[in-house]
Design a protein around this ligand. Structure first.
Ligand code: GLA
Length: 388
């Protein structure tokens, strides 16, 4: 559903449920990552894009210290919980707004009670950060209603802590930062070590085609944490030879050539992915400035192969989608996006070639796996905003 329809939908649903007008309506986008995968928890570089699919929250403050939230896209399920103390976790979507109550209270901030309606068109579990979108939408709505002045970067950190500590998913900072700070027409080049960022223009006439393998694997899944653990092990082994490294961000390709022999083969490949991926992010950003899309495309495909062979987070479904996309004239490059182990592939495509790319990847995927992947054509959008 188009963005403006969701604004109307969430407003109407609020009025129907609470017999009142909302005080605030907030939208917070999902994202795709152009490049810079599994670098954010290694203090590295990322280059994500906020997309024109978002979580929407309509809300009003109430005098009682309770939150009543209806999730329109979850069969109108409702959650009711206290905001005066840390609410109990029972799993499911309501853990995200509950996690924010925890995070505000941790900071000594007391969020107001509220009535809210939520809806979202970010596909859930597809690797497009539906949870970060949900967190940012509620964080911004609560900040607006409670009179908290929190700048977007800080809001992103608060949401990440909420997800790490309360929800129990050990994600990095990328998804929350891009949902908070995205800019239409641009990717966000970010150094996750100090959260400094700048905007890199995406040339006109391009679309980001997102194809969903529909293979689902949750991030609390041990494979993601296992990769994080392997990176930490690689750092502690490399430190014995180069004491001043704090994370894989500090390791160069030359370091790996020199000291790699001290790492078990698997750890060497994990480290090599992170080290080369950081370089690719910097190169892609430069190539985008120069509008050299062929170069961008080659780097995206290199990134995918590194995730497939060195980091081992791809799947045959994702590989087939990437290889099919790059066969089509007008597709510059493609790669898996997000954590991997399932989820989506993105293809950077000339706008007038999107239909050809979609037709081809769907046909190839159907031949091989017997179903057609859902496909979304997206464009770079703004980060969290108050609407209506
Ligand atoms: C998930 C996490 C991010 C990041 C990516 C991999 O999306 O939430 O923090 O680690 O995986 O790049």
């Amino acid at each position: 559903m188009a963005e403006h329809n969701l604004l109307e939908e969430v407003q109407h649903a609020f009025e129907a449920r609470f017999q009142a007008q909302p005080d605030v309506v907030v939208r917070a986008p999902g994202r795709v990552n152009l490049i810079g995968e599994h670098t954010d928890y290694n203090d590295g570089f990322v280059l994500p894009v906020a997309v024109d699919r978002a979580a929407w929250v309509a809300a009003r403050a109430i005098d009682d210290p309770w939150a009543t939230i209806r999730a329109v896209d979850m069969r109108n399920e409702e959650a009711i919980f206290t905001v005066a103390s840390v609410p109990a976790s029972v799993g499911g979507w309501a853990d995200y707004p509950k996690a924010l109550v925890w995070a505000f209270l941790e900071r000594g901030l007391h969020p107001v009670g509220l009535e809210a309606v939520l809806t979202s068109n970010v596909p859930v579990g597809a690797g497009m950060s539906s949870s970060a979108a949900l967190e940012l939408a509620f964080a911004e709505a609560w900040a607006a209603l409670s009179g908290f002045e929190i700048e977007p970067r800080e809001l992103a950190v608060l949401c990440q802590q909420a997800e790490n500590e309360y929800v129990g998913v050990n994600c990095g900072i990328m998804d929350q930062m891009i949902s908070a700070c995205g800019k239409a027409g641009h990717a966000l080049m970010m150094d996750t070590r100090d959260l400094k960022h700048r905007y890199v223009p995406i040339p006109e006439g391009l679309a980001l085609v997102v194809a969903d393998s529909q293979v689902r694997r949750s991030l609390s899944n041990s494979a993601y944490n296992a990769r994080r653990g392997e990176c930490e092990q690689a750092v502690s082994l490399l430190k014995q030879h180069k004491p001043d490294i704090a994370s894989l961000r500090d390791v160069t390709f030359q370091d790996l050539q020199r000291y790699g022999k001290h790492l078990p083969e698997t750890l060497l490949r994990r480290a090599r992915h992170v080290v080369t991926e950081n370089q690719r992010v910097l190169h892609v950003a430069k190539a985008l400035y120069k509008k050299n899309l062929d170069e961008v495309g080659v780097l995206l495909v290199d990134g995918h192969r590194s995730l497939r062979d060195d980091y081992e987070v791809s799947l045959p479904q994702l590989d087939v989608l990437v290889e099919a996309a790059i066969e089509v004239e007008g597709c510059y490059g493609a790669r898996l996006t997000g954590a991997g182990f399932g989820g989506c592939v993105i293809a950077l495509v000339a706008e007038d070639a999107t239909d050809d790319v979609i037709a081809h990847i769907c046909e190839v995927y159907d031949d091989r796996f017997g179903n057609r992947p859902p496909v979304y054509v997206t464009h770079p959008a703004d980060g969290v905003s108050r609407e209506g």
